[in-house]
Design a binder for this molecule. Structure first.
Ligand code: BES
Ligand code: MN
Ligand code: ZN
Length: 495
């Protein structure tokens, strides 16, 4: 798996490295701390001749002569520095890092004219570099020579307040580790990562002080999780449920809860999916990966909050023992479900995982993440994940965390009219009701298992994987949800 670049912070007085990154604000303004590079007036002249306007995300690269020690100069446009917000510095960091290429020693002069860059922004810049450096190339026996080994790159970020930036990045780096863990889990093929293997990966969080409980098939049967078990029964690989607990808050505080869909591979079951593109269904555990990555992030930065993460791990396979369309299963809640379509399996897994979480942990709120429906990809594409909630305050906070983190959400409706659509002729409800409002009816289904608990469902089918490469993500599995929910917890739920 990819190694992180070595990232450090230092003073502007440090000497220049081989590659120097300099932010350029709109209209070509460069901070005094950088303006001497290449000789007095050199950068200003270059910007003028090249017509470089410092547009956010634009870059200009050139070579340096002279004896400053620096050989290459990378100018990165940042637009209007007073207007930078949210994930802009993260994007700038990712863009800048990509330009370093194979050089091993680089530094960034993080200063702009007339404005101090906050420590938080510097840390976001560093995180952008860390996330852009991520590679999943463990199965490539021949390495791509054109790409730098991220672990070989040493990036020094020169800032005004070194210790404040260090402190901010110390926490954010852990969030980055969480994102990378989630990406690794999503990218890993299903022959390597089954339910048992996924549970073993989650167990590794014990090192960070996370309490892990793994429920096996016998435990799940005893709990009466007929909905989850029905999905698993077509696979030779047994299901697991993993409960991860991080108690960083006050003992009396109710936990916040995150629940993830962990279908390690979704063939559709007897309602078999078409072959074209089916390989993508190795990523159908993106919700569980995000929850695991989030636990990694929160424990790593020792977040002052009690949190429980629950993931339902199954494989959805067609087999002589697989469940059939028309089968009726009894969920842990006691409610019965007619399985109209075995490919609508995620909601069956989550029905039991959500009910279990509400009942056993009585959380302050529950948020589940799931690559739940193709319909959400049709509705929102790869720009927003779908947000469904029974609680306006929670929904509002989530929306805002999405805007800030750049992992954006868009709220979708839940109403009793939509709920009625999933009534069944033979059981309490059916797991599929055809194409109209496909994402909403899936969410209505989940809602029937959450009781009075404030709850939100994030449909991440369009954002967890295969979204277009961005400034800080080149990976197929994006790790979507980790930074979003870390932000939510940080802004509202820590002591
Ligand atoms: N895992 C899929 C949803 C999905 C589709 C995720 C594309 C990522 C990309 C889910 O289990 C599924 O098959 N949903 C069905 C539901 C239908 C049968 C009611 C769908 O969306 O077609
Ligand atoms: Mn499916
Ligand atoms: Zn699925």
């Amino acid at each position: 798996m990819s190694k992180n670049p070595v990232i450090k912070f230092a003073n502007f007085s440090e000497k220049l490295k081989n590659v120097v990154i300099v932010p350029v604000a709109k209209d070509g303004s460069v901070a005094a701390q950088a303006s001497h590079i290449g000789g007095e007036g050199y950068i200003a002249g270059l910007i003028g001749k090249a017509g470089f306007k410092g547009k956010l995300g634009a870059t200009l690269e050139t070579y340096l002569s002279g004896d400053s020690g620096a050989e290459r100069l990378i100018l990165v446009g940042i637009g209007d520095p007073a207007k930078l917000k949210n994930d802009d510095w993260l994007k700038i960091g990712g863009t800048a890092f990509a330009k370093i290429g194979k050089s091993s020693e680089a530094n960034a002069i993080l200063a702009v004219e007339g404005l101090d860059i906050a420590a938080d922004a510097a840390a976001e810049f560093a995180l952008g570099a860390q996330l852009r450096a991520y590679r999943f190339d463990k199965y490539k026996t021949k390495k791509n020579d054109d790409k730098a080994e991220a672990g070989d790159v040493r990036l020094a970020i020169y800032v005004a307040d070194v210790s404040a930036a260090e402190k901010a990045f110390e926490a954010l780096q852990e969030v980055g580790e969480g994102v990378q863990l989630a990406r690794n889990l999503v990218n890993e093929p299903a022959n390597i990562l089954g339910p048992v293997e996924f549970a073993a990966e989650a167990e590794k969080l014990e090192k960070l002080g996370v309490k892990i409980t793994v429920l096996n098939e016998k435990d799940l049967k005893k709990l009466g999780m007929g909905a989850l078990l029905g999905v698993a029964q077509g696979s030779v690989r047994p299901p697991r449920m993993v409960v991860m607990e991080w108690n960083g808050g006050k003992a009396k505080d109710k936990p916040v809860a995150f629940v993830g869909k962990g279908v390690v591979f979704d063939t559709g079951g007897i309602s078999l999916k078409p072959g074209l593109g089916m390989e993508d269904m190795k990523g159908d555990m993106g919700g569980a990966a995000a929850v695991t990555g989030l636990m990694r992030a929160l424990a790593g930065r020792k977040a002052k909050v009690n949190v429980v993460g629950v993931i339902g791990l199954v494989e959805n396979m067609p087999d002589g023992n697989a469940q059939r369309p028309g089968d009726i299963v009894t969920s842990m809640s006691g409610q019965t479900i007619e399985v109209i379509n075995t490919d609508a399996e995620g909601r069956l897994v989550l029905a039991d995982a959500l009910y279990y979480t509400a009942k056993t942990h009585k959380p302050r709120f529950m948020i589940n993440l799931a690559t739940l429906t193709g319909a959400i990809v049709v509705a929102l594409g790869t720009e927003h994940a779908g947000l469904f909630s029974n609680d306006d305050e929670l929904a509002g906070r989530l929306f805002e965390a999405g805007q800030k983190s750049g992992e954006k959400l868009w709220r979708m409706p839940l109403t009793k009219e939509y709920d009625k659509i999933i009534d069944s002729k033979f059981a309490d409800m059916r797991n599929s009701s055809g194409r109209p409002a496909g994402s909403i009816t899936a969410a209505q289904f989940l809602k029937r298992f959450v009781g009075d608990t404030p709850w939100a469902h994030l449909d991440i089918a369009g954002t967890a994987m295969d979204s277009p490469a961005g400034d800080y993500n080149e990976s197929w599995g994006s790790g979507f949800g980790v930074r979003l929910l870390d932000r939510l917890v940080r802004d509202h739920y820590e002591d």
